[in-house]
Design a protein around this ligand. Sequence first.
Ligand code: DGI
Ligand code: FE
Ligand code: FE
Length: 196
Amino acid sequence: MAEKNTDRISLVRELEKEMGYKRFVHTLGVSGTAASMAMCYGESMEKAELAGLLHDCAKCMDLRKMIKICENAGLEISEQERSSGALLHSKAGSVLARTRYGVQDADILNAIRYHTTGRPGMSLLEKIIFIADYIEPGRNVAPDLPQVRSLAFEDIDACLLLILTDTLAYLESTGASIDPMTQRTWAYYHSRQEQQ
Ligand code: DGI
Ligand code: FE
Ligand code: FE
């Protein structure tokens, strides 16, 4: 147990060196929020905390480096990802979590990999990281945040759908190209809610 705590503290120390300070504070916010959601929903608190700490571990790299990391790992990169660090950092982050930080748990790696676009049929841990990333205390510009924050602890799928709906509306308003996976995730959770 003591050893585990030492590892956790060394990881935080390493991440502090790897990222800009704003990103580091966001990382701590996501990690703490994810741990709280895990307590609420009966997910492993340790896994949620670790996935939260590592979810943006590739975010501060330049795009060429992200591309290299994914190519070396044999992952396919779409044209859209090739031109967007906002999209590619999650894929690159999941590779780094495994190769550099020694994470072997597939659920943690998937939570990192899909934290930006989500995906249909997300695991509980994947949903927690996706939501925690959006609601951590440092976030303050997205619409509906008070409602999203309370839904996060009351109805996780409704919360997920609201975030996806607001994100798509935001992306449409800025004219950004929408990743097909973000669209598919929204369609999947929208149709599930309709069926209820
Ligand atoms: O890395 P963070 O900023 O903490 O959060 P994130 O990994 O969720 O990335 C958020 C950004 O990703 C935000 O600017 C919206 C953008 N995003 C999410 N889905 C899509 C997307 N950007 C594009 N171009 N297309 C998407 O489908
Ligand atoms: Fe991210
Ligand atoms: Fe993030």
